[in-house]
Design a binder for this molecule. Structure first.
Ligand SMILES: [Zn+2]
Length: 301
């Protein structure tokens, strides 16, 4: 019997990973687990995106559920120590899997899961990107659970008399379907990956002009806190890093394109020294330049 118990404990510990999550207080009712400024790998096991909890009175609203079942389980354990409330709703800001693979945990809690309309068409993969890149122990228990409530344009509802306004960006921005969440009583906008800090954003699935347009809309909002999908800058100025990078990137590419430079030269010539020491500059910036060149070239035709 002892041996059996020992082997169960052993197997369980082999199939688990302690994320050592620490909630950070943004305001009285808002806590976030801020992800590391890294790519997903076998050391961080996907702890590189933000997951936030809002105390809505008698339940939590969760913004993005994290990368795995175990991450979400551990995050909620930590939140219960702050206040033991159920999770009534989870919102997935967009389809990138570092933001929603934790849904499978919240499903066991009977939370309602809301997501962007793009989830309707999202195929269930045999192996997700996250699963390929992190350890089997950390991924253990994770299944792909999609939202069951979708936001096409806007969804406004109340939780305990507090209004939640989920707006869909109705054009391509960070992805082809991004949500941002405005909670007036908490003076906050959760911007998902429309807002990055401490790392160079990737345009791979996005559109430069659509993204800038969405950020201008968020900049106009009269709130105290803007919380992005990556990075722990949470004031009104949180938008500036992504906005300025994309704005300067577009201007520089446009200038060289108009001067007749071809794509190979532009990719090498658009260097932005200000961002050189920001994580992912070396791996992503050139791809972004190429992406913007192709978009603007096409627009010019
Ligand atoms: Zn993303």
């Amino acid at each position: 019997m002892k041996l059996l118990l020992l082997s169960i404990v052993l197997v369980n510990s082999l199939l688990s990973f302690d994320y050592k999550l620490q909630p950070k207080e943004v305001s009285k009712n808002i806590y976030c687990f801020f992800g590391l400024p890294e790519v997903m790998d076998k050391r961080n096991n996907g702890n590189m995106a933000n997951s936030c909890f809002v105390n809505m009175g008698t339940s939590y609203l969760v913004i993005d559920s994290g990368p795995t079942f175990q991450y979400a389980t551990q995050a909620y354990e930590k939140m219960k120590k702050i206040k033991n409330l159920p999770v009534s709703y989870v919102v997935n800001t967009h389809v990138h899997d570092d933001h929603w693979l934790g849904n499978c945990f919240y499903k066991t809690q009977n939370s309602k899961i809301i997501g962007s309309a793009a989830f309707k068409e999202l195929p269930k993969l045999s192996v997700t990107r996250m699963q390929r890149r992190i350890s089997a122990e950390a991924f253990h228990g994770t299944t792909q659970e999609f939202p069951t409530i979708f936001v096409d344009k806007e969804k406004i509802f109340d939780i305990n008399a507090k209004t939640v306004d989920i707006k869909s960006v109705n054009h391509k921005a960070h992805t082809n379907s991004d949500l941002f969440i405005y909670i007036p009583s908490e003076n906050v906008v959760f911007a998902g990956d429309l807002v990055f800090n401490e790392r160079v954003p990737s345009l791979r699935d996005g559109d430069i002009d659509g993204w800038l347009q969405a950020l201008r809309e968020i900049k106009k909002m009269d709130v105290k806190y803007i919380i992005g999908g990556h990075g722990d800058v949470v004031g009104k100025n949180a938008v500036n890093f992504t906005y300025n990078y994309l704005f300067e990137l577009r201007a520089q590419v446009k200038k060289l394109l108009d001067a007749g430079e071809d794509i190979g030269d532009v990719v090498n010539d658009v260097v932005m020294p200000k961002y050189k020491n920001v994580p992912f500059y070396d791996s992503i910036h050139k791809q972004n330049v190429e992406h913007v060149y192709r978009t603007l070239e096409w627009e010019d035709e």
